[in-house]
Design a protein around this ligand. Structure first.
Ligand code: NI
Length: 137
């Protein structure tokens, strides 16, 4: 019987963003996004949790070497987003509203091709200690 185990790696990055729909007027953007629409951006301390699910390797006992996973997340995600303005500094959010939902989807799409397809992958992203999202749902 194959017994699957979930392993988790937590990483952290700081980034600035502004929520805005360019198809709406200023009043509508302000009404929908509130302070998150303020024109001069604001920052968040994002907590990222990457979850991998798979069967431990019979030789190592690992689902995946956590050092390898940590290096991957840092290289592909943290280096890209940490201390950046998501709207201005990253191609991913040039035309995509950088909500926590969309950031989680973007991070999943970056990591998925880099992780063996035998593993299930889930991304959890905390925008604040009380607000967080999960993808895939
Ligand atoms: Ni915000």
């Amino acid at each position: 019987m194959e017994r699957k185990v979930a392993v988790f790696r937590r990483e952290h990055f700081n980034a600035a963003h502004r929520l805005n729909n360019p198809g709406w007027d200023d009043a509508t953007n302000s009404k929908v996004f509130g302070k998150c629409n303020l024109p001069h951006y604001h920052g968040h301390n994002y907590e990222l949790i990457v979850k991998l699910t798979g069967v431990p390797d019979p030789e190592t006992g690992y689902v995946m070497d956590m050092k390898v996973l940590s290096d991957l997340v840092r290289e592909k995600v943290i280096e890209k987003f940490d201390h950046r303005n998501l709207n201005l500094d990253t191609a991913e959010f040039k035309d995509l509203n950088p909500t926590a939902e969309n950031i989680a989807i973007v991070i999943y799409d970056i990591l998925r091709p880099a992780i063996d397809s035998k593993f299930d992958l889930k991304v959890t992203l905390y925008e604040t200690p009380r607000n967080f999202v999960e993808y895939p749902a």
